[in-house]
Design a protein around this ligand. Structure first.
Ligand SMILES: [Zn+2]
Length: 214
């Protein structure tokens, strides 16, 4: 059977992998015995031609997942330009996230809820680009509690609640957390101010909840 044929392509097998390749390869003429390589970008003279060994899957994978697959199946660690650029970007995001965490803790200690709100909105923008639903849900909870201390426009808070619902409903533990917290709000305003506030500050139990969720 055609499918059982194994071939060695003595020239093509020299082509290295890149996650951002300059060429693509494939079988031609409906046969596994003939392969061709085509440039997919302008390739400058003296530059290495590369193909993506996992091109059918790599678009759906994160850098870490791609590298794991390549190392398990192909037994090498990818250090292509695409991976290096992604890692650099990832390091930058991690650095910003750590700064937000530190500044948010300090703002919470100083009871500077306005700053805390701004920092957590910034965090929300970052977390929305990731796939960590738990972290996203934590950020919505923090924002909602902080909103109770800020007397925000109720439309802004209502929007926050509906976004939380839409974006985190796939999270297993989401439903209880969502019900517990949103039942204290009515159309974007805390039902009972004193449930959240004590002498103009957030009550201690809310402060410790925020601390855990930051
Ligand atoms: Zn790579």
């Amino acid at each position: 059977m055609e499918d059982d044929i194994f071939c060695v392509f003595s020239n093509l097998s020299f082509i290295n992998h890149s996650c951002s390749p300059s060429a693509a390869w494939g079988c031609i003429g409906g046969s596994n015995k003939n392969m061709e390589v085509r440039a997919i970008i302008d390739i400058q003279p003296q530059t290495e031609i590369t193909v993506n060994y996992i091109e059918n899957q790599s678009f759906l994978l994160s850098t870490t997942q791609r590298k794991t697959l390549l190392s398990q199946v192909w037994e090498f660690t990818c250090t292509c330009n695409g991976c290096l650029a992604d890692e650099k970007k990832e390091k930058g995001v991690l650095q910003i996230s750590n700064q937000i965490l530190e500044r948010s803790r300090a703002a919470l200690c100083k009871k500077d809820y306005e700053l805390l709100w701004k920092l957590q909105k910034q965090k929300l923008r970052i977390v929305k680009t990731r796939t960590n639903l738990q972290q996203l849900s934590n950020t919505y909870q923090t924002l909602l509690v902080v909103s109770a201390a800020l007397h925000l426009e109720k439309t802004e808070v209502e929007q926050l609640i509906s976004e939380w619902k839409v974006e985190c409903c796939d999270l297993e533990e989401y439903s209880k957390m969502f019900d517990d917290l949103t039942k204290s709000f009515d159309k974007g305003k805390p039902k009972e101010e004193k449930e959240f506030m004590d002498s103009g500050n957030l009550r201690n139990e809310w402060i410790s909840l925020i601390y855990r969720k930051l």
